[in-house]
Design a protein. Structure first.
Length: 463
């Protein structure tokens, strides 16, 4: 399997090289040259597999340059850190199936990918004898999951930027209380989009990227998306045999990464009827699907901060397929975005989009209301991001469809919103007990490219 860029400016890469490159050197995102179609017979065989076995079956198709025994060991080690034997269990509540993705070390769906990516990085660096300096931006969960994926690992430093005061307190503490020497937290005065733009600019500075051996953990790294494809298959297998209804997935998303993994699963042949894209007030993706309006706006702070994003970085991967895998059209679209602050689409393109996706924008009050209502009716606590997805499922799912809602984080990570909605504090899982008493380390600075660049240089040279 070879990997190419959405912008067409690189020679095909192996999986190993794609993982280490992260962002393509032409500024695009990496994708496999082709998405393999899975037969009905293979789907039937996969239905009987454990999560780890299924992960190996799917990932080995795309990571064919890693010896099978090594890949299996990496997968088993990655998911040994999860507290539920099913890794991503599915629970039925009020006619909605909840796919719980929060049983990893940092209680968020990002652990599913980042535990694996951390082990992949360590494995590849050990073989090559090289060092890696990971640079990432986070709106909340990616940062802590990435840090916990690589903390203490040999030959790796990690630098994570988060917007100062714009994550939940628990999210911030999960990052800043990890004080391993190879971990560097930066609280930037600005928005997540400011942080993400700095990271992308650093990666596009090819001389700097090469000199300081930069690596990516954000969902611009293909391995992140690949690991997330697995749980769409796993959940579908647990729900599809319960009746004759068509399966839809409701996905709360701001960066288009998690829902793009579902789109890949569908391209592979998983019988997903629709992908329901759920956003909060930062609804550039909902405006795109519902109105054909992909135009930049201002970030609005909400109780679901991981979706407080305007520029969805993984959207470029979807555009590549919408544009019939034409890199020139992708390049032109992003030139238009840079020039005009928007991308325009034809009626035919929007018809194709709506054949695959439905979308709903859920405001803050609606989010709190659904947390309260769902808890009253079922006793089940939703975090505010999952609540956005549940609201979309309840509003958009037809009578002949069965919705699977992705539960992207444990409610305790957003206790203030949950308490505000229900009047009850969510129970604290053991991993969070006493976190506010731990020592912490974090640098606060402006969202300034040169300042952050200098910080990276100094820390890399110091080690």
């Amino acid at each position: 399997m070879k990997y190419i860029s959405t912008r067409g400016g690189i020679a095909p890469l192996s999986f190993r090289d794609a993982v280490m490159m992260g962002l393509a050197t032409d500024g695009g995102l990496l994708l496999p040259e082709s998405i393999p179609a899975i037969s009905r017979e293979t789907l039937a065989a996969w239905q009987k597999l454990s999560y780890q076995e299924l992960a190996f079956a799917i990932i080995s198709i795309y990571a064919d340059d890693i010896p099978p025994a090594d890949l299996k060991a990496l997968i088993d080690r990655s998911y040994a850190t999860f507290t539920h034997p099913d890794i991503t269990p599915v629970v039925a509540k009020n006619g909605v199936e909840i796919l719980e993705l929060f049983h990893g070390p940092t209680l968020a769906f990002k652990d599913v990918a980042l535990q694996l990516l951390g082990n992949l990085f360590e494995y590849l660096l050990k073989e090559s004898g090289k060092k890696l300096n990971i640079i990432g931006a986070t709106s909340g969960d990616t940062g802590s999951a990435a840090i916990h994926g690589v903390r203490g690992k040999e030959n790796i430093n990690i630098f994570i930027l988060h917007p100062l005061g714009k994550t939940s307190p628990i999210q911030a503490m999960q990052m800043t209380t990890v004080t391993d020497p190879n971990v560097h937290n930066i609280a930037a005065r600005g928005t997540f989009d400011d942080c993400q733009n700095i990271v992308k600019t650093l990666f596009n500075d090819l001389a700097f990227k090469e000199e300081y051996s930069l690596g990516a953990v954000n969902s611009i790294n293909w391995a992140r998306v690949l690991a997330q494809v697995v749980y769409y298959f796993y959940a579908w297998f647990r729900v599809a045999d319960q009746g004759k209804k068509k399966v839809v997935f409701s996905v709360p998303t701001g960066n288009f990464g998690d829902i793009f993994a579902g789109y890949v699963a569908k391209l592979m042949g998983l019988p997903i009827d629709k992908l329901l894209l759920a956003t909060n007030e930062n609804n550039i993706l909902s405006r795109f699907i519902n109105d054909g309006d992909y135009s930049l706006g201002h970030v609005v702070p909400t109780v679901s901060p991981s979706m407080d994003i305007q520029l969805a970085s993984n959207f470029e991967r979807y555009l590549y397929y919408l544009y019939d895998q034409d890199p020139a059209r992708v390049r032109n679209a992003f030139a238009e975005l840079a020039r005009d602050g928007r991308i325009s689409f034809s009626k035919n393109e929007m018809d194709r989009v709506r054949a695959e996706f439905l979308s709903l924008s859920v405001n803050q009050q609606e989010t709190l209301d659904i947390i309260a209502r769902f808890h009253k009716e079922t006793g089940y606590l939703l975090d505010p991001h999952t609540a956005v997805g549940v609201k979309a499922a309840l509003d958009l799912t037809g009578p002949d469809q069965q919705a699977i809602c992705l539960a992207t984080a444990h409610p305790a990570k957003f206790g203030e919103a949950v308490t505000r909605a229900t009047g009850q504090d969510p129970p604290f899982p053991p991993s969070l007990v006493g976190i506010d008493k731990l020592p912490s380390r974090c640098e606060t600075m402006d969202a300034d490219l040169e300042q952050i660049k200098q910080f990276v240089k100094e820390k890399v040279k110091a080690r």
